[in-house]
Design a binder for this molecule. Structure first.
Ligand SMILES: Nc1ncnc2c1ncn2[C@@H]1O[C@H](COP(=O)(O)OP(=O)(O)O)[C@@H](O)[C@H]1O
Ligand SMILES: [Mg+2]
Length: 303
């Protein structure tokens, strides 16, 4: 693989807190210009991995290379070249928008006309022109989120690392935010983003599922859906409760069964033989099914 095309590479990256292993021999590769979705339930080790990638936390063992630098040796250089948005947005709520941007511009060493121009660019790009003199603390979740993204890209980083950027915002803001991310990748920015939303995972070029610090599966959404060692059916009954009862009384063995919106999804092995009494229809596997499947796996395996 061409080294210039790999923006993030980890080798057996591990982080322990005392006896507890938060990140366990993680092997990760993120290609330039792509959006990589880091998926996993709470406590699976996403933020800990990100802290190591940003050079904020030293790995217990293994290595992480970001933009060609070893995070353990070149943390300062990495911090200057990446944009990072933490789960808490890291804004000063008692400062105005322009003061927040000005503060971050200073951290990145921007000054004079360049600083002024970049800040104006951010206001227009983030559609926050009207909010220049408004305190960050008095804005909506979506506006804060865009301001935080603006702060993270002031210095035009090649790599943007976003930790649950959309957890606290409404669906309209989520959509707007993902449009902004798509614009950034068109300008060749690489993005690593963690999310709980599987519709967002669909927008990623590659996705990695983390469970208890281990990578359970990775690939494009298409590959992951195709590669799931299971087939999906939806049960055709009046209510999900009836569907569940029908499944239980059919005696059919299955991998997993769960309410999915208005429907009742059942994952079965590919060679499953269906009882004739069961009213079912084959269904297309979504990223949500993939997530549920991997999240219920015991332990992890290397990919
Ligand atoms: N500084 C720390 N000391 C001890 N345990 C920690 C520390 N940071 C994170 N952890 C633990 O590591 C695990 C992974 O946490 P985290 O990376 O924040 O998960 P995620 O971001 O996927 O929700 C959790 O069980 C968390 O409690
Ligand atoms: Mg986290």
């Amino acid at each position: 693989m061409n080294k210039n095309d790999t923006v993030i590479e980890t080798r057996e990256l591990t982080c322990r807190f005392g006896n507890f292993t938060a990140v366990d021999k993680l092997n990760l590769q993120v290609q330039r210009g792509s959006i990589y979705g880091f998926i996993g339930s709470n406590g699976s080790g996403k933020s800990t991995t990100i802290r190591m990638l940003c050079g904020l936390l030293r790995p217990t063992s293994g290595q992480a290379f970001v933009l060609g630098y070893d995070t353990a040796a070149d943390a300062e250089r990495i911090k200057q070249r990446i944009g990072y948005m933490s789960q808490r947005f890291s804004l000063y709520y008692d400062l105005t928008c322009v003061e927040n941007l000005s503060f971050y511009a200073g951290l990145y060493g921007l000054s004079g006309q360049i600083k002024k121009r970049r800040i104006e660019e951010i206001f227009s790009r983030m559609q926050l022109e009207e909010k220049r003199q408004v305190l960050a603390g008095s804005m909506s979740g979506g506006q804060r989120q865009r301001l935080a993204l603006g702060c993270a890209i002031l210095h035009r980083p090649e790599l943007l690392i976003l930790d649950e950027p959309t957890s606290a915002v409404d669906p309209t803001s989520r959509r707007m935010f993902w449009n902004l991310l798509a614009e950034l990748t068109q300008e060749h920015t690489t993005i690593l983003v963690t999310t709980h939303f599987m519709d967002e995972a669909e927008h990623c070029d590659a996705v990695g599922f983390l469970k208890a610090g281990r990578m359970l599966a990775g690939g494009s959404p298409q590959e992951l859906k195709k590669g799931l060692p299971a087939q999906l059916i939806t049960l055709d009954y009046g209510t999900t409760k009836e569907a569940q009862q029908a499944l239980l009384s059919s005696g059919m063995s299955y991998l997993d069964a769960y309410v999915f919106g208005q429907k009742f999804h059942v994952l079965v092995v590919p060679e499953c033989v269906f009882p004739s009494a069961l009213c079912y229809m084959p269904a297309e596997i979504t990223m949500e099914d993939v997530f549920i499947y991997y999240d219920k796996q015991q332990g992890g395996k290397d990919i």
